[in-house]
Design a binder for this molecule. Structure first.
Ligand code: ZN
Length: 679
């Protein structure tokens, strides 16, 4: 492992330097993952009374070394920590209570569970990581012996102890036996280094991790070699089939993130995959994000979609059964069972599928399992992968101080875990709908014939809602191949589909008398056939997934109250409306709801209201073009301009659980119009 230290970049302010050196470690995925590891510095500060005193600045629970900031380091009075050196025993609750009272500011977040081990070490700088290489060489049948083989006398060793008071005492006791060591190795857990300078401690971490990496490379007889397996694009249909089967076997909507990299394909092709992965996570606290082991699908490498579907569902139910037995072995009345569903599903030939209640937690499970496969491969190269035994795993997974971290997550939003496809989403109503569904917690495929426009909207959504919550797709809804492949792409990317907003449309303005056949056909192709193609592919996916679904067709007042020169548009919109109603009839038995919104005169950001359409409408109503929007606003009962966001509100309602008993209905969003004529 290379040192990332740069003297030029290292700040002189001590707390800033702590942030800097922490982020160097956070930037290394094989050192820490998603909130794992913690760092500290001991400083002299002025307290609220104006007195100078020694303070431990230590990572607060819930922050991440990769993105940590100054204020994420909680301040704990060192004198309070020193008093605990002579205390023989303390419960977790007592320790947390004590540390909370020792904080410099009541606003500081709860300090790390491992605060005391930082405080007990006499050096100013302490770094604690969960380095993969160190975990791999200690996840062996005899972890302590393995440490000696790798590091000789360079380190002190502490066997597996659950983090907290007892581990802190064990660490300082081990270090005091030989103060000359470079660090303390925690078996099945990680590494601690310390130093009087920030860089000294950091470089010790890098040096010890490098030694472990070298040991693994030597055991392997050189650098790791891959067979170079590739997952061809033609496998997307099977990837999609696995996602649908996973989602279909979950009691709530989830986002599924697939990885079919050469490394992952090679890993899932191992002999004895269920055995080696079933032994447990690389380090017990991963169980919080990945559960203790993955579901492994027993299907032949070339199984078709139907066979995969059955095999995935049986792997998930097998997982649930094993999980419930595991909990039953250790649980007491005080510990209610967490949900028994897998977070990682491995499929030979296709790779890994990470599962989360939203895009963020799916990504966490994915990232952590990505590191887990490295640890397993490295541990097996050195000897035999043997992580902590099951009782210790349960002890961590159901430890209130670990569960506290789950409690830090914000409460789920109404559409959390839902997967939405919005067509015509690069502008106007489609864009407003896509943004709105993301705000409600859904992940969104932003489809449009205007690919660059869709990319802008997807980027915008990710900017405010987080990475991976939106994907841009080029889709001409009138092109059967594009729609088939687009829906498959959404399913393969996120694992399935829950919400379809069929919105793409185009306006053709001409009297029937002078309408060109090509314009008529183009309107039919986009405004009628386009909705059919999207609906057909979506229903096929929803049926396979077996979790119901919600579809909304964005129609037009024209379907009910047509206007002159809108023959091609109104006829096609009428077809769309009938299609939606028939779909509602056909799909009700499968829990798929189909509704229609009818917006009228939505101008803002709309491509439908091209300059030609505006000119034609202005002429028809006998008003100037720049008065057209006002004209429409004044015409409705509320005298209101109808905005894309108003339509998005109605769509968001129709796809939500609040509308769970509504199907086949039409919701008109037009400010209220007393008479349908004149238009
Ligand atoms: Zn730790």
């Amino acid at each position: 492992m290379q040192s990332r230290w740069s003297t030029a970049d290292a700040p002189s302010d001590q707390l800033e330097l702590r942030v800097y050196a922490s982020r160097l470690q956070g930037a290394e995925p094989s050192l820490v993952q998603w909130g794992g590891g913690n760092t500290s510095v001991k400083l002299t500060e002025i307290d609220y009374r104006g007195d100078a005193l020694d303070v431990l600045r230590v990572k607060g629970s819930g922050s991440d070394l990769k993105t940590i900031e100054r204020q994420d380091f909680s301040g704990v009075r060192l004198a309070d920590i020193e008093r605990l050196r002579d205390v023989a025993a303390m419960t977790d609750d007592e320790m947390v209570e004590y540390l909370t009272r020792s904080l410099m500011s009541p606003q500081d977040s709860r300090p790390s569970i491992e605060t005391l081990l930082h405080g007990f070490m006499p050096q100013h700088w302490v770094d604690h990581t969960h380095a993969d290489a160190v975990v791999a060489v200690t996840n062996q049948p005899d972890g302590e012996a393995a440490v000696r083989r790798v590091f000789g006398a360079r380190v002190a060793v502490v066997p597996w102890v659950r983090p907290g008071f007892n581990l802190s005492k064990a660490v300082i006791a081990a270090w005091e036996q030989d103060r000359g060591v470079d660090g303390v190795v925690l078996v099945n857990h990680g590494l601690i280094t310390a130093g009087d300078e920030a860089r000294e401690s950091y470089e010790r971490t890098i040096a010890l991790v490098t030694a472990a990496e070298q040991f693994i490379a030597d055991a392997r007889g050189g650098a790791r070699r891959f067979a170079g397996l590739e997952l061809p694009d033609s496998e997307r249909g099977r990837v999609a089939a696995v996602g649908l089967a996973i989602r279909g076997s979950m009691p709530w909507p989830v986002v599924v993130e697939h990885e079919g990299s050469p490394e992952m394909l090679e890993f899932v092709a191992r002999d004895g995959l269920p055995d080696v992965t079933g032994r447990g996570p690389a380090t017990p606290d991963h169980a919080l994000r990945t559960k203790g082991w993955p579901a492994v699908v027993d299907a032949s490498i070339d199984a078709d979609a139907d066979a995969l579907h059955g095999a995935v569902r049986s792997a998930v139910s097998g997982f649930v059964e094993r999980y419930e037995q595991y909990v039953a072995r250790y649980t007491t009345a005080k510990t209610p069972q967490l949900d028994p569903f897998p977070r990682v599903v491995l499929v030979p030939g296709l790779g890994a599928f990470a599962v989360g209640r939203n895009a963020g937690t799916a990504r966490m499970a994915h990232d952590i399992y990505r590191q887990t496969i490295e640890v397993i491969a490295d541990a097996e190269a050195v000897g035999e992968y043997r992580p902590v035994a099951e009782p210790a795993l349960f002890d961590i997974e159901y430890w209130p101080l670990e569960l506290y971290k789950l409690g830090l997550a914000p409460p789920p939003r109404p559409l959390e875990g839902r997967i939405a496809l919005v067509t015509g989403a690069a502008s106007g109503i489609g864009r407003a709908v896509a943004r709105r569904l993301a705000v409600e917690g859904a992940v969104v495929a932003v489809a449009d014939i205007d690919a660059p426009g869709a990319a802008v909207v997807a980027e915008e959504i990710e900017g405010s809602a987080g990475p991976r919550v939106a994907v841009a797709m080029a889709m001409d809804v009138a092109d059967e191949g594009a729609v088939v492949s687009g829906v498959e792409e959404v399913v393969a990317r996120y694992g399935g589909l829950d919400i379809v907003v069929s919105n793409a449309g185009t306006a053709v303005v001409s009297s029937v008398e002078s309408l060109e056949l090509a314009d008529w056909e183009r309107s039919l192709a986009v405004n009628a056939t386009g909705h059919f193609l999207v609906a057909r592919e979506a229903v096929r996916a929803l049926r396979r997934q077996e979790r119901g679904g919600a579809m909304v067709f964005v129609s037009s007042k024209n379907a009910f109250a047509p206007g002159a020169e809108f023959g091609a548009y109104s006829a096609a919109k009428a077809a769309e409306t009938q299609l939606a109603k028939v779909l509602a009839i056909e799909c009700g038995g499968h829990g798929i709801r189909v509704n229609i919104v009818n917006p009228d005169a939505v101008f803002s950001g709309s491509k439908l209201w091209s300059p030609e359409v505006q000119a034609s409408r202005a002429e028809a109503h006998g008003v100037a073009e720049d008065e057209l929007e006002d004209f429409y606003a004044k015409r409705n009962l509320l005298g209101a301009r109808i905005l894309p966001e108003d339509v998005a509100d109605s769509v968001a309602f129709l796809v939500s659980d609040q509308a769970s008993k509504i199907t086949g209905t039409t919701l008109t969003v037009d400010g209220g119009v007393a008479s349908a004529f004149p238009r």
